[in-house]
Write a protein that binds this ligand. Structure first.
Ligand SMILES: Nc1nc2c(c(=O)[nH]1)N=C([C@H](O)[C@H](O)COP(=O)(O)OP(=O)(O)OP(=O)(O)O)CN2
Ligand SMILES: [Zn+2]
Length: 137
């Protein structure tokens, strides 16, 4: 059976501050610069979830996009949209909410609930210029 890659894009808006408890206040300031500002800042994130799988000969689908959409809502949007990532999301209480760590968080959540196909890649666009690709490695 032929194998295809299915991609779905969603958006969420969230606030955060780049800061790690593993470094001093001064080191954080030097490392993260404006992104360490004490009152935080926000992004309109774009996230692409790419699933790999065989095209079912009966349904013609790797995975119904309606199901993928529902999974992305519960694994991504419901947890992060209009939230302060560092405060509202437990996962970021002990690690910085960089785009890399957010991509891993999304991967782990999607992996748990994906009903069909194999999770291939998460693409997280933090700004128009900055994108992280994560493949679970
Ligand atoms: N490796 C990483 N580096 C940085 C991250 C990150 O998640 N991973 N994040 C930030 C800041 O949070 C923020 O994303 C940077 O914003 P900004 O510099 O404004 O974004 P742009 O590059 O799009 O803006 P320009 O000013 O146009 O360059 C910093 N580093
Ligand atoms: Zn930021």
């Amino acid at each position: 059976m032929p194998v295809a890659y299915l991609s779905r894009t969603e958006h969420f808006s969230a606030a955060h501050r780049l800061n790690t408890p593993k470094l001093s206040e001064e080191e954080n300031k030097t490392l993260y610069g404006k992104c360490n500002h004490r009152h935080g800042h926000g992004h309109n994130y774009k996230v692409e979830v790419i699933v790999k799988g065989q095209i079912d000969p009966v349904t013609g689908m790797v995975l119904n996009i309606t199901e993928l959409k529902e999974c992305m809502k519960s694994a991504i949007i419901d947890l992060m949209d209009h939230k302060n990532l560092d405060v509202d999301v437990q996962y970021f209480h002990d690690k910085p909410s960089t785009a890399e760590n957010i991509a891993v968080f999304i991967w782990d959540n999607m992996q748990r609930i994906l009903p069909k196909g194999e999770l291939h890649e998460i693409r997280l666009h933090e700004t128009d210029n900055n994108v992280v690709l994560y493949r679970g490695e």
